[in-house]
Design a protein around this ligand. Sequence first.
Ligand code: SAH
Length: 367
Amino acid sequence: MKQPIELLGLSKSELVSFVETIGEPAYRGRQVFKGLQQRRLQSFEAMSDLPKELRARLNEVSLASSLTVESRYVSSDGTRRYLMKTHDNLPVETVFIPEERRDTICFSSQSGCPLQCTFCLTAQLGLLRSLTAAEIVEQIQIALNDAYGTGVKPPRGTNLVAMGAGEPLLNLEELLKALRVMADPQGLHIVPNRVTVSTAGVVPRILELAKTSDRPHLAISLAAPTDELRNELMPINKRWPLEELLSACKTFEKTLKPGERLTFEYVMLDGVNDSDEQARQLANLLNRHSIKAKVNLIPHNPADPLPYQPSSDEAVQRFKNVLESKGIHAYVRRPRGRDIFAACGQLAAREGTLSNRIQTTLVGANN
Ligand code: SAH
């Protein structure tokens, strides 16, 4: 039997073409698009503006949704983590982070991850598979429906970060497809300017992204200021070492819009990459390539069996001061959702919370 097509990954015009292939007029395609993307309906049955026969036909040949929410965890800081399963039973995790002026949804681009960063729990899953555009869009749909109710317009702006499980630039095609679908003003209407994609440093794809119109913002995970240490922490560095990575960043920088900046993420591991000397090395590295980036310092989120501890607050502050004294803008990122394994590097399809206090199991995707 033919694999049913996942409609959430189709743009409006693709949906129109699709309904035409099953003998329906174009406006039905626009109706289905609106039902899925704007009303955020997760089944054809719920699209009561479609004739019954059409709903049945759509059910035979296509899917309105394919992820199942297994569990939802709510952190004491309001962050929510969703553990979902794909149709082939692989884990997908998404994190919803409420903030005062906007919400951020951190989504996954792959189930598991092929990179072997030693400080990241997701690495331990290995790569299970890359997610489809539809599976990427559905993560955002599920998080918004859970936070606000099905189809309710989010009261604040929504930012997206591709900082969940996986290496987004190893799934660039599906990712860009999902972003194009989500940008539609008659759909979720989350434009690429609201999206940040984080990479461990897949150099050829950084160069490709630089040439893409309507591209998202880019963040690069550095974690170390020298090849020697970065080879150890992020083995991808052996393939694309720092000099190559930073010259790709420089090329990317030339395509930035006014006011846009490249971000570097630097996870801070106690006694490993957090000395004054390493801060100077990092500043020199960025200055040598004359990159005007900002650096986000992320205190390590510890998790068994990762062999690291977070740097102390003082070490983080000192590191920041050294960077700033050399003209580099640095910010300390406050960890969110650590108690429910929702923080950076903690997504590894874990059941439960650190305290196991506030787990709620979801039935369907609503509140
Ligand atoms: N593969 C991409 C996307 C994942 S983003 C990338 O590497 O950029 C996840 C971010 O969290 C990365 O910046 C990563 O360096 C950081 N991170 C990973 N494990 C972490 C941990 N245990 N504590 C804090 N940050 C971590």
